[in-house]
Design a protein around this ligand. Structure first.
Ligand SMILES: Cc1cc2nc3c(=O)[nH]c(=O)nc-3n(C[C@H](O)[C@H](O)[C@H](O)COP(=O)(O)O)c2cc1C
Length: 310
């Protein structure tokens, strides 16, 4: 199997990280990704709680042993209770993404935990380097959930040319072809998020899985309307990539105020609730357990990379 800095550093069978996904990646999904040989990560969104982190981290550890936790850095500036909870859960890695990791990285290192950071521009990468981050994730605009605007490949090439730190790729990687491409380019591995979203181990509403299965690669939209509707004060530079529905058709770019959006939003209705997902949704056409997906992507990438090994 393909060995990289990532697999050696964390003792993984495959250079695959299960992306931290707020509202979708709980302890079971995280544990199953690790059990299969990748590195699973819990998604701790701003709206989650310290108790949730403690509980789900225990589940992830029981199932898969090693795990990580992804935090939204900008939200720690108002309240760092989730960072405390993440440190107490003793993961191998904490991701400090979307914001300046500098105020927090030292606390994570002091606990003996590696710091990862998803970045969306080379300037973000420089900030992460200055903050002492150990692992850079070049997250492209085709990714599901909150992300930037530069595509995965241009960003990855720019970042690989600009840093000595280990770099992982995120955004649009859902098959062995995608993983082989970024590893051949020089990445040490990849985060997969959308590829896992139809798996039975995900949390969140049942309709989120069927929406992913039905969506093609042209069915997503990069928008802030769901943040406004759900009173999540994301800095304006980060929108979220979600599956388009009646809510986005009506309100994306419509200039409607937050109160009206909040009234119209309905998480019980698939046409009025949010399903964050990336352009790789078009590659997710059937439901498989997370471990099977991880093993399949790894094996297919391995076969492709081996063609050039000699
Ligand atoms: C439903 C969903 C929720 C996400 N939530 C978070 C999050 O809370 N924190 C974070 O750092 N990234 C989050 N992301 C981004 C992922 O960590 C990762 O960058 C992305 O899934 C990779 O692209 P892909 O979806 O094309 O595989 C989320 C992604 C999705 C699809």
């Amino acid at each position: 199997m393909t060995e990289t800095w990532l697999t050696k550093e964390f003792g993984l069978a495959f250079p695959i990280v299960g992306a931290p996904m707020g509202g979708r990646a709980g302890g079971v999904l995280t544990g199953e990704v690790s059990k299969a040989g990748g590195l699973g990560m819990l998604g701790a969104a701003r709206y989650t709680t310290a108790d949730w982190i403690a509980k789900e981290a225990a589940v992830a550890r029981d199932i898969g042993g090693i795990f990580g936790i992804g935090l939204q850095t900008w939200s720690l500036d108002e309240d760092d209770a989730l960072l405390e909870a993440a440190l107490e859960a003793k993961p191998r890695v904490i991701a400090l993404s979307f914001g300046d990791a500098a105020p927090y990285a030292e606390r994570v290192h002091a606990a003996g935990i590696a710091v990862m950071s998803q970045i969306n521009t080379v300037d973000d990468m420089r900030l992460a380097e200055q903050a002492g981050v150990d692992i850079i994730v070049a997250q492209g605009g085709e990714a599901g959930g909150h992300t930037g605007k530069v595509g995965t490949l241009p960003l990855l090439q720019e970042v690989l040319d600009s840093t000595e730190l280990p770099v992982l790729a995120a955004g649009g990687i859902a098959t062995g072809r995608g993983l082989a491409a970024v590893i051949a380019a020089g990445a040490q591995g990849a985060l997969i998020g959308t590829a896992l979203l139809a798996s039975p181990e995900t949390i969140g509403p049942e309709y989120a899985r069927s929406r992913i299965l039905a969506a093609s690669s042209t069915d997503t939209v990069y928008t802030s309307v769901f943040d406004q509707a759900r009173h999540q004060p994301w800095p304006t530079r980060w929108g979220g990539r979600a599956i388009a529905n009646e809510f986005t058709a009506r309100y994306h770019d419509a200039g409607v105020d937050e109160a009206e959006l909040a009234t119209a939003y309905d998480p019980a209705n698939p046409e009025l609730g949010v399903v964050y997902a990336g352009q790789a949704a078009g590659l997710v056409n059937s439901e498989h357990p997370a471990g099977e997906i991880v093993r399949r992507i790894a094996a297919d990438a391995d076969a492709l990379l081996r063609r050039f090994a000699s």
